[in-house]
Design a protein around this ligand. Sequence first.
Ligand code: GLN
Length: 546
Amino acid sequence: MTKYIFVTGGVVSSVGKGITVASIGTILKSRQIMVSVQKLDPYLNVDPGTMSPYQHGEVFVTQDGAETDLDLGNYERFIDVNLTAESNVTSGQIYSAVIAKERQGDFLGGTIQVVPHVTTEIKERFKRLAQKSKAEVVIIEVGGTVGDIEGQPFLEAARQMRNDVGRDNVLYIHVTLLPYLTSTQELKTKPTQHSVNELRRIGIQPDIIICRSDYPISEGIRDKISLFCDVDRKAVIPLPTVDTIYEVPLVLEEEGLGQLVIDKLGLKARRTDLSQWRELVRRVKEPHEPVNIALVGKYVELQDAYFSVREALCHAALYHNRCLDLHWVRSEDLERDGSDALLRSAQGIVVPGGFGIRGIEGMVKAANYARTNEIPYFGLCLGMHIMVIEFARYALDSTEPNSTEFDASTPYPVIDLLPEQKRIRKKGGTMRLGNYPCQLVQGSHAASAYGQSLVYERHRHRFEFNNQFRDILQKAGMVYSGLSPDGRLVELCELANHPWMVSCQFHPEFGSRPGRPHPLFHDFISVAKDVLREGAQPSLPLIKED
Ligand code: GLN
């Protein structure tokens, strides 16, 4: 029988509930317990695919092509699993499913209500993931904060589960924040008491409370929370802010969370092995020489918009014993201030995915700077479109080559809508999404990075390289290093006369793992780290003294 852990959030959002959930997964997996994870998002969008990254950060794509919340990326990276569409449930999905059933006549004669119809639909999603994943434990993160209007049906469904599947099979964990008052120099527990009261009002008594704080949490504070919130003393788990998110599983394990969950859910205790994780944290904390990478994007004010890209760069830098020194460059600033001013110290340039025309010319400038100064360049989806546009402008000696996404009437549409996209009118969930095969062309940077001839990578786009320009750009020095197996689609391209200018039509960042960087990120950093920029000193050969 699958056991369920529900994780709710109290006091404020953005306290790291997603990382905490991912870390609980890590701890259980380290005991050889099979886990799966689900994120419940209370908003009414069916998925985050149509939202701007400014709303909730990056849209994470699963292998089966679901556009999901960025927390799924953390779950995948921490637990090292590949999740599926069932792992992200939104209110929009629930309500549209219930209404579709009503229209079909499934509830003939009845009045459709939040309880039981909506809550039953929600519980079916919990059980569906349990069945499909065959996990021993499903961890379910309830998005938002307790008290939000939209979150109520999810909390009610979570409450009902205890009766449905048995008390010993459900655990409630509440993640709260203890704010610090500078004037009195103390942490306050009152907001936590209030959010627990709010949970109790709904009928949920938390079994464990995880207390986030920027300051150390005293024994007295733990006692107070235990008393007022009616939770075992050892079930009040402090989680102070740590240097790296990868430390969170270690902190929680140290505080006994793993054993607590095992005991409370009656799971078979197995030996814990977090040694790889400890080694990872040790290496992250070790001082390393920096590698300076510029990320040129449209949404850089909100770094969550590029969460997986940053993580993938970190994984690769760490592999090469470097620390990532990431410079966020607003592409619009490049249009105004010029490349030299903003990219002078970059040892490598990344142009990540994106949509819409704003900032495009700044990105083209970045690609031009990378090409003409022989700086490593890595284009991800939109970044590939940018590289192709820039190269075509050079090869065709014209300023007009463009993507039809940005200039519908360009005489040189080097990037154009995929043929199968031309008839599509509905915007939600209709891009080319999820895993597709890519055949690598031997002798290319990409093929040598992967060391394989066929790979599967995750896509999320409508536009693609226009094959009418294949020959002319090839003659000028573009190499098509990865193609769809039928040869129809350019999935990877690179420049022949450049140290490392490689772009892909897919999103390799989603597949990177802390101890296992993605091959393309790995290769990009391995070249970038040796690039010398203004002010940098080449490392001197060590002279052995006799
Ligand atoms: N806007 C481009 C397209 O739709 C690129 C998308 C992306 O970068 N994910 O094809």
